[in-house]
Ligand binder design. Structure first.
Ligand code: SF4
Ligand code: SF4
Length: 235
């Protein structure tokens, strides 16, 4: 019902599935049927996605958003026709850009994994309402996107502090926390989508989850060393 519902992940998934172009049609800006102005969210998401596409070598013209009313059939037909023709000129995804299909696949997979992280970092801009089209280009800059990837945050559980309360494992949306009763918890870095939930929910008296942005994540504690011996139970 609303272009604001089109998530960044949906667009990247379409490209991962081999779509050559993605078109999003939204209601006219400032004519939203709801109080949410979701079409601004869609616009900001598209502006961000275009920069992400440039970052991995894709032509951002493969993603287009236009705003029109349901009575504007002719406008819709013209826009779709122009978009379709441009996609025909560009050809299959990555071909005119000279990006190797396997490299493209792995880059798209890497970015899709980071969608929750990207959305958290860019939350404020994704919710903004730009007044004029000439502000669009400046919303997300190339430098900002490069920094987003060069300073990506990883989360690590400090084995000295974890008390195996299991809160992080229950709340993790990606089942990335290796959890068992009375066992120091460990984050599976391959599964982690860097949403930061574990960092937020680890109780203040433990503060066992740490953010790492300036170096490699320490290796996980070996399984046979994860058992927590509670006070009073030590022999
Ligand atoms: S940051 Fe924490 S909660 Fe989020 S996916 Fe990674 S381990 Fe799970
Ligand atoms: S929430 Fe904190 S203390 Fe509890 S299991 Fe996770 S890392 Fe350990």
């Amino acid at each position: 019902m609303c272009s604001g519902r089109v998530d960044l992940e949906f667009v990247l998934r379409a490209f991962s599935n081999g779509m050559d172009g993605v078109f999003i049609g939204g209601c006219r800006l400032n004519e939203c049927n709801y109080i949410t102005h979701g079409n601004y969210h869609a616009l900001n998401m598209v502006l961000l996605c275009k920069k992400l596409m440039e970052h991995i070598g894709l032509n951002p013209e493969r993603l287009r958003i236009e705003f029109m009313s349901s009575a504007e059939g002719i406008v819709f037909a013209e826009v779709m026709s122009a978009f379709g023709n441009r996609m025909k000129e560009l050809g299959p995804l990555g071909k005119s850009e000279g990006v190797d299909p396997n490299t493209l696949k792995s880059k798209l997979a890497e970015i899709r994994k980071l969608v929750p992280y990207i959305k958290v970092v860019e939350n404020e801009k994704l919710a903004s309402r730009l007044k004029k089209p000439d502000e669009y280009d400046a919303l997300f800059t190339k430098e900002e996107i490069d920094k987003l990837f060069s300073e990506v945050i990883s989360y690590y559980i400090d084995p000295e502090k974890c008390q195996a309360c299991m809160t992080c494992a229950r709340r993790c949306p990606a089942e990335a926390v290796i959890s068992a009763k009375n066992q120091i918890h460990v984050i599976d870095q391959d599964k982690c989508i860097k949403c930061g939930t574990c960092f937020e929910v680890c109780p203040p008296k433990m503060r066992a989850v740490v953010k790492i942005s300036d170096g490699p994540v320490p290796p996980p504690l070996p399984e046979d060393k994860r058992t927590i011996v509670r006070k009073g139970k030590e022999k």
